[in-house]
Design a protein around this ligand. Structure first.
Ligand code: SAM
Length: 242
């Protein structure tokens, strides 16, 4: 068989994500795991034409194709060690959802909350996503239940929805800080619970008692937490500019 020839193709982002996830640590590994993770897709001026979005409001969910911009300069490798397997087992990159892949393209199904046509353009409000802030968006398509949801589909045993593994407890300080933020960030407490209950610590840190302090950055806050047994204690919610 003759080796095939492929020509390079070029794509241009149609928009950018404004997300509460400011760093990779803590971002759910797939969409749908943190339902209160909301974000906006701000459409680039060239594509911000209302007629290009006509009809989209009929859909509850969208497919988002995006560019893993933060890891794009890292080389792809044919084999990866998925963190959910504790880094011990190798799988082919095309057999995983790793962000280290040839064209750095990601694919997520998200809840579509609202289309906003504003003075300077178009914004799509989404939730339940797994996208880093400033992620370039390559394309948007409606999720079509009859063909996109395959109820007979199977996956590897390890590829099951992660169980929540930590009980999240707010200390007096963090509880008080959340109260002062209730008006500006009404979902912050639930989002913290959704993220930290899934225990985003790397697998090797979960095996032994580990009292290190961890930080997850959400919106403009550093969320400080520590694990004791099966409980994550939220120690403080520090504004970045403090
Ligand atoms: N659902 C997508 C998919 O299957 O293609 C992404 C799955 S990937 C395992 C999800 C992880 O990608 C997140 O937990 C986060 O660490 C990382 N991530 C999200 N946005 C990114 C970006 N713009 N650049 C690099 N990594 C990103």
């Amino acid at each position: 068989v003759e080796p095939i020839q492929v020509e390079p193709v070029q794509v241009e982002p149609i928009g950018i994500v404004q997300s509460p996830f400011k760093q990779k640590f803590g971002i759910p590994r797939q969409p749908g795991l943190a339902k209160h993770a909301s974000a906006c897709i701000e459409i680039a001026p060239k594509y911000a034409r209302p007629e290009a979005f006509e009809g989209i409001e009929q859909y509850s969910h969208l497919w988002i194709e995006f560019y893993f911009h933060q890891t794009a300069s890292d080389d792809w490798k044919p084999s990866v060690r998925p963190p959910r397997l504790g880094g011990n087992q190798k799988l082919g990159c095309f057999a995983t959802r790793t962000n280290f892949r040839p064209n750095n393209l990601g694919l997520s199904v998200v809840r579509f909350d609202k289309l906003e046509v504003h003075q300077n353009g178009i914004r799509l409000h989404i939730s339940g996503h797994d996208l880093l802030d400033q992620t370039p968006i390559i394309d948007i398509k409606p999720y079509i239940p009859y063909s996109d949801s395959v109820i007979t589909a199977t996956a590897g045993d390890f590829e099951q929805a992660p169980a929540t593994s930590l009980h999240v407890c707010f200390t007096g300080t963090s509880e008080a800080q959340l109260k002062t933020l209730a008006a500006s960030h009404p979902d912050l407490k639930t989002l913290i619970e959704e993220i930290i209950s899934q225990d985003p610590r790397p697998a090797y840190m979960k095996v032994k008692a580990n009292r290190d302090e961890f930080t997850v950055r959400l919106y403009d806050f550093d969320i400080k937490w520590q694990v004791s047994g099966q409980t994550a204690n939220i120690l403080a919610i520090q504004p970045l500019n403090s």
